[in-house]
Design a protein around this ligand. Structure first.
Ligand code: NDP
Length: 247
């Protein structure tokens, strides 16, 4: 069914693959991305999708800001249709060892990775439960599961997602809404591929699969959790990390 699927951070490395996978599934993907993006970046992204035969609208907002999320979601619902699938994918890192971490680094990551989940879910939750169908997919990380030195802020937000899922899942499964997450390992987005070659090789050596993941491998898991017949899976997290770490 052509349900509207909002992907936050939708024009980023993983978000782009998610939009494509949801389109392939017959959904109507809509990318929500950072308001500070230059118009030419957004135009190029849209043109690249057009060249692939996809017409994906992009709405700019700030997921750290409740009012901005309300405004963006209201616009999407008026212009595209009711939001039935929400992928909370926007996320940032501001790494530092804890003794050097500033309050600003802490706040930025908590607001972008965690407040965003509340700010966006809150806008679509009532509609989903009232209509009796919804899929919420939150993007966590292997580093939320296992912890990572230098990422107390990031690991805290990604671990918090598991608690959010499990609590909200109990509140809304009877109303046809599921809440799940995916914890990607190291994925070959531009950002990861830009890591110095020797450092990258050391990281790859720790992955039992012996390679980085592909963005499409995360995206197909999003589509799986957003499927019509995935309504009995809720409060769950799926790791997609090539064997790096398990629940
Ligand atoms: P990207 O940086 O490529 O994409 C993230 C997107 O989110 C960017 O387009 C960014 O915009 C946007 N964004 C950032 N802040 C805001 C904001 N305040 N409001 C709206 N949009 C915002 O990252 P990835 O695609 O690699 O990561 C996507 C998700 O996957 C993240 O949650 C990340 O933590 C998670 N993840 C990624 C892994 C990987 O290996 N890549 C591994 C594990 C988890 P802008 O560029 O303008 O900042």
């Amino acid at each position: 069914m052509s349900r509207v699927a909002v992907v936050t951070g939708g024009i980023g490395g993983l978000g782009t693959a998610m939009c494509k996978a949801l389109a392939e599934q017959g959904r109507r993907p809509v990318a929500v991305d950072f308001h500070g993006l230059k118009p030419e970046v957004v135009d190029k992204w849209k043109a690249d999708r057009k060249a692939e035969g996809l017409d994906i609208p992009v709405y700019l907002g700030d997921v750290t800001n409740f009012e901005s999320c309300a405004e963006v979601c209201k616009k999407i619902e008026a212009e595209v249709g009711p939001i039935e699938i929400l992928v909370n994918n926007a996320g940032i890192t501001r790494d530092a060892l804890f003794h050097k971490m500033t309050q600003e680094q802490w706040d930025q990551v908590i607001k972008t990775n965690l407040y965003s989940v509340f700010n966006m879910t809150k806008q679509v939750y009532e509609g989903m439960t009232a209509r009796g169908w919804g899929r919420i997919v939150n993007i966590s990380s292997v580093n939320g599961l296992k912890g990572q030195a230098g990422q107390t802020n990031y690991s805290a937000t990604k671990a918090a997602i598991y608690g959010f899922n499990k609590a909200l899942a109990q509140e809304c499964i009877k109303k046809g809404v599921t809440v799940n997450s995916i914890s990607p390992g190291y994925i070959g987005t531009e950002m990861v591929r830009a890591i110095r070659e020797d450092v990258l090789q050391k990281i790859i050596a720790t992955i039992p699969a012996g390679r980085l993941g592909e963005p499409s491998e995360i995206a197909r898991t999003v589509a799986f959790l957003a499927a019509e017949d995935a309504g009995f899976i809720t409060g769950e997290d799926i790791t997609v990390n090539g064997g790096l770490y398990y629940h």
